[in-house]
Design a protein around this ligand. Structure first.
Ligand SMILES: [Zn+2]
Length: 263
């Protein structure tokens, strides 16, 4: 098994663990990437299990409208409950992204259903665009319900003031692909990674990486969070370009919801 394949297995297993309790990638998932002959345009052709990346009609990310949806509130209000305690976390560079995993902590209630935060990771530049504009980074907080359904909170990150909530992750950033740092008793305050105002775009989409599985509830916060230039540079240097291009909205509708019950 070469190093490239090992990274892909690592990611496939991580995704399988997130989306499906039964690991589905024991034989190793086919290699995929972000450019050239393994890039997003050809993901669907790389393996039968990636077919949804091309044939799907509810794919992510999408271009979000600058000012629409406030008059069409979501039927499904969401509540994000943040618990403050120390975690032991793993910070993983799997060759595609930098991911922080943990097995206890924050919870999201969406449409009356509880989802637990299982990992968060970053994309550079942002995957979702707003009015066609990218942001330097996008944070994805992946939440999973007991039945395996996913809800992902997306946070757009822009250049501005220093945000100390990201410092524990930056301090342990694995620079090389396939590198992992286990951090004991780190106080990662997810609350500090989120904007104070938490109204969100809500739409039904997919994983933004192969196998591009659909049925993911997306909640992209409308207010960006600021990071200073050095923090953005530190993340971007490790992440390279790992953003899937925006996908057609198709028949879907983007609505808005307040994450803490606020409209
Ligand atoms: Zn992501």
């Amino acid at each position: 098994m070469d190093a490239r394949r090992a990274q892909c297995c690592c990611l496939a297993l991580a995704l399988a663990g997130v989306f499906n309790p039964a690991p589905a990638a024991e034989h190793g998932a086919p290699h995929w990437g972000y450019d050239g002959d393994s890039g997003p345009a050809v993901w669907a052709t790389l393996a039968p299990e990636y077919a949804e990346c091309g044939a799907g009609r509810r794919q992510s990310p999408i271009d979000l409208p600058v000012a629409v949806g406030l008059d069409v509130p979501s039927e499904a209000p969401a509540t994000l409950e943040v618990y403050h305690h120390e975690h032991s976390v793993d910070v993983v560079n799997n060759g595609h992204t930098v991911m922080v995993t943990y097995d206890e902590g924050d919870a999201l209630t969406y449409a009356g259903k509880p989802y637990a935060l299982v990992q968060y990771h970053l994309h550079a530049p942002s995957e979702h665009t707003v009015g066609g504009q990218h942001f330097p980074l996008e944070l994805h907080l992946v939440h999973r319900a007991a039945d395996g359904e996913l809800a992902v909170v997306g946070v757009l990150l822009e250049k501005g003031a220093h945000q100390s909530g990201f410092d524990p992750v930056l301090a342990h950033l694995p620079r090389a692909a396939d590198e992992q740092a286990h951090v004991e008793h780190v106080a990662i305050d997810v609350d500090a990674l989120l904007p104070a105002k938490r109204n969100a775009y809500a739409y039904l989409g997919s994983l933004t990486t192969p196998p591009c599985t659909e049925g993911v509830h997306w909640l992209v916060l409308r207010t960006p969070v600021e990071l200073d230039a050095a923090q953005i540079e530190a993340f971007a240097a490790v992440l390279h370009d790992n953003a899937r291009p925006v996908q057609p909205l198709g028949e879907r509708r983007v609505s808005t919801t307040g994450l803490d019950g606020a409209p």
